[in-house]
Design a protein around this ligand. Structure first.
Ligand code: HEC
Length: 148
């Protein structure tokens, strides 16, 4: 019998990857209730997230209070789209989000503070529902080279 080595090794990698994913601390089984976009924008202001952030395509938020170079844009064109789970992680577990490396965000000297003692669960869900649609996938350059 002929053994398909590449297939076998990719299956093995898949098994390993999903294996890790199913550990006792995995996010599997976590289902987020949908938040409310308008309430999310309000919570974003109430919790003063705007002090360090602008949100792509959202006018009418108070201006950031940190130095212009420290303002972190949320949303806009990104090479990898943020999943809902990644945004929740960024909000309630920012140190983890930093090590997991949201591209382009590591190495900033300003650090996202903890809100877990003050933010309600409803506020968190509403904020993520507000932010999630602001992210757009950056078009890979090669797509511009395809001629009809
Ligand atoms: C004192 C400044 C500051 C405040 C206030 C702040 N953040 Fe942040 N935030 C940051 C910085 C800096 C980062 C970049 C990652 C890091 O260093 O933690 C970040 C990263 C993020 C990200 C990840 C962005 C991405 O594209 O992956 C999200 C989402 C976010 N913040 C949401 C919020 C929300 C919601 C609030 C209010 C509850 C808030 N932030 C308040 C500084 C701040």
């Amino acid at each position: 019998m002929k053994t398909d080595i590449p297939l076998l090794s990719s299956l093995l990698t898949l098994a390993l990857l999903t294996g890790c994913d199913m550990g006792p601390k995995s996010g599997r089984g976590f289902v987020f209730p949908e938040g409310d976009l308008a309430r999310g924008q309000k919570a974003f202001v109430d919790l003063k997230c705007y002090e360090c952030h602008r949100v792509d395509g959202v006018a009418g938020l108070p201006a950031p209070t940190v130095a212009p170079g420290k303002v972190v844009l949320l949303g806009g064109e990104v090479p990898t789209l943020r999943t809902y789970g990644a945004l929740v992680t960024a909000v309630i577990h920012p140190s983890q989000a930093r090590t997991a490396g949201a591209p382009g965000l590591s190495g900033k000297d300003a650090v996202m503070p903890q809100f877990n003692e003050t933010m309600t669960v409803a506020q968190m869900l509403d904020i993520v529902t507000f932010l999630h649609p602001r992210y757009r996938k950056l078009m890979p350059l090669r797509e511009y080279h395809v001629l009809p």
